[in-house]
Design a binder for this molecule. Structure first.
Ligand SMILES: Cc1cc2nc3c(=O)[nH]c(=O)nc-3n(C[C@H](O)[C@H](O)[C@H](O)COP(=O)(O)OP(=O)(O)OC[C@H]3O[C@@H](n4cnc5c(N)ncnc54)[C@H](O)[C@@H]3O)c2cc1C
Length: 541
């Protein structure tokens, strides 16, 4: 039996590797095992979103990822006659990063793998397949195909959609698999050369044509039920498919051609005892919305700080129950959105396609703008988990307004100025982990000694946000242990955020989710409730 690991991750895909990086940052002892002898290098995800880029920033790898992206990549949805049905082009930066970016999955997965070299407490073993798992009071024992026993306190199956662990645990995988296949083709030296993506809802055969970084172009086509997936090997068939797309298909430099199935399925549960499912092992969805990879990164981001807190002894195991509670609802929303888009763009019934075209032609300017802003993509927001709902205050100093409450939603990331006067993204200015931000006020003035001690165990940062003009003065007067940052003002600033809602303090979790919002005087009580729902416990001496 090998020495016990804190966490054993099965699968070195993006989800397993992201989780390992986040756990590595927290000093957790992690072993990743991968059955293949290398990372998967065939064409898969092509879209990385702003939340995932923020996760890359959190894990200190965003500068390595950005060179493999096309920021602000537009999508044109067109019909069979190339008429534009809608344009998706969100240009805001709520979370600090462009909301739609083309990317090359194998290169970014490799960045995550290389990122693990920074942590002596993480290791990856290729050519190691887990073939059995056994749970006992002490954790989990995994057996490899060579009969080796690997012991860990927790196991995460990040094994992809065909997760054998999920099957072994008898966890259902509910949903549908389309009878037809998708055919994906990547070529080098892009024969088109335009920067955007085109999704073609052509009733004759739906397709996508997407510009990717480093001169790559991706095509995806529907293969009909009566077409043999082996056609992917036929040059003649591929040339015929691509003839309406490119001046000379015979001159293309193919990188890879593959077929895949369209699934829309969600596991019945994401945890059984000490074993968790994450990424495609927990959910798979049609590729058209580009949210499989991104949803898996959300899973890793949600689970990592919780596993870290429990393993480092600052929170009880019950905290881990909130992983499924917080992730399941959003995953189901994403699957539904992806299915809806797939039905709209890949339904080959000409009558339905004509009806879709008619609806698109009659959209109001507001509806077109909502499409452009990508309003159909649901941002994560949950009601139950590590969060505290505070009632809308009714004090006379606050205008009566019906504003959405933010607990369970993602905190924005504008630019801010740090103590050295340097402008940067908020998370870099405050530092990562738990954060208690107060507008204008010094948090120390509102937090009891008991709560301060608890926050210190959580390594939480106390942040005083002041207008840029006040920064030098506030820095001179801030007590030790308080991070002061300068706000730049304007529409996307923290001043605007606090201005729009009746709160003066916000508690932000390590995954940038708002745990609670309240008025300054309420902060200590609210923090006590947040610690309670996080199952905070004093570390054993
Ligand atoms: C054509 C296509 C286009 C896509 N486009 C997008 C997109 O634009 N945006 C997006 O967000 N997503 C997209 N996706 C989905 C995305 O690629 C996946 O969601 C993502 O790769 C899942 O990551 P994962 O780490 O969960 O699983 P995987 O990447 O599948 O990794 C699982 C790993 O586990 C290993 N493994 C499995 N079983 C074992 C075992 N028993 N022991 C050891 N190792 C094991 C496997 O070898 C594999 O390396 C697309 C997918 C396809 C097919």
């Amino acid at each position: 039996m090998t020495p016990k690991n804190d966490v054993l991750i099965i699968g070195a895909g993006p989800v397993g590797l992201m989780l390992a990086n986040l756990l590595g940052q927290q000093g957790v002892n992690v072993l990743v095992v991968e059955k293949n002898d290398t990372l998967i290098d065939y064409p898969r995800a092509v879209g990385i979103d702003d939340e995932a880029l923020r996760a890359m920033q959190t894990v200190g790898l965003v500068d390595e990822v950005l060179p493999h992206t096309i920021p602000d990549q537009k999508i044109y949805m067109v019909n069979g006659d190339r008429q534009i049905l809608s344009e998706v082009n969100p240009t805001t930066r709520e979370f600090g990063w462009p909301r739609r970016n083309g990317f090359v999955q194998p290169l970014v997965d490799k960045v995550l793998l290389d990122g693990l070299k920074r942590f002596p407490n993480t290791s990856v073993r290729f050519s190691t397949e887990v073939v059995d798992l056994h749970q006992d009071d002490d954790g989990v024992v995994a057996t490899t195909e060579r009969g080796e026993k690997l012991r860990a306190r927790y196991v995460v199956s990040a094994e992809g959609g065909a997760s054998a662990t999920r099957t072994r645990l008898n966890i259902s995988f509910d949903g549908e698999t389309r009878p037809s296949h998708g055919l994906v083709i990547d070529v080098a030296n892009d024969p088109i050369g335009t920067p955007h993506a085109v999704f073609g809802g052509d009733p004759k055969r739906s397709y996508a044509s997407i510009a990717l970084p480093h001169g790559i172009r991706r095509w995806e086509f529907t293969l009909f039920e009566n077409e043999d997936p082996a056609l992917v090997e036929s040059d003649e068939f591929i040339y015929e498919l691509l003839a309406p797309h490119v001046p000379d298909p015979t001159k293309l430099e193919f990188i890879r051609r593959r077929v895949y199935r369209h699934h829309a399925r969600v596991a019945g549960q994401f945890r059984l005892g000490s074993i968790f499912l994450a990424g495609d092992a927990a959910h798979v969805m049609p590729v058209v919305a580009g949210q499989g990879w991104n949803s898996g990164i959300r899973d890793a981001f949600n689970l990592a700080w919780k596993l870290g807190a429990v393993i480092n002894g600052v929170c009880g195991d019950a905290l881990l129950e909130t992983y499924e509670m917080e992730r399941m609802g959003h995953v189901k929303q994403m699957v539904a959105v992806s299915l809806g888009m797939a039905k709209e763009m890949t339904d080959h019934d000409p009558v339905k396609a004509a009806e879709r075209d008619r609806i698109a032609a009659n959209r109001t300017p507001e509806e077109r703008d909502a499409q452009r802003r990508q309003a159909f993509k649901p941002q994560p927001k949950f009601d139950k988990g590590v969060l505290v709902h505070t009632p809308l205050p009714s004090f006379k100093t606050l205008p009566a307004r019906d504003v959405p409450r933010m607990a369970g939603a993602i905190f924005p990331q504008p630019r801010a100025i740090n103590a050295e006067g340097v402008e940067m993204l908020l998370d870099d200015a405050t530092g990562q982990g738990w954060r208690v931000l107060m507008w204008n006020n010094n948090p120390m003035a509102f937090i009891s000694a008991e709560r301060c001690a608890a926050l210190a165990h959580l390594r939480a940062r106390l942040v005083q946000v002041v207008p840029k003009a006040q920064l030098p003065w506030a820095l001179r007067h801030a007590p030790a242990g308080v991070t002061v940052i300068g706000d730049l003002g304007g529409e996307a600033s923290l001043q605007a955020w606090f201005d729009a809602r009746p709160v003066g303090a916000v508690v932000v979790r390590p995954d940038h989710v708002v745990a609670a919002e309240c008025l300054a005087q309420e902060l200590d009580d609210v923090l006590a409730r947040v610690l309670d729902v996080a199952h905070f416990c004093l570390p054993k001496q």
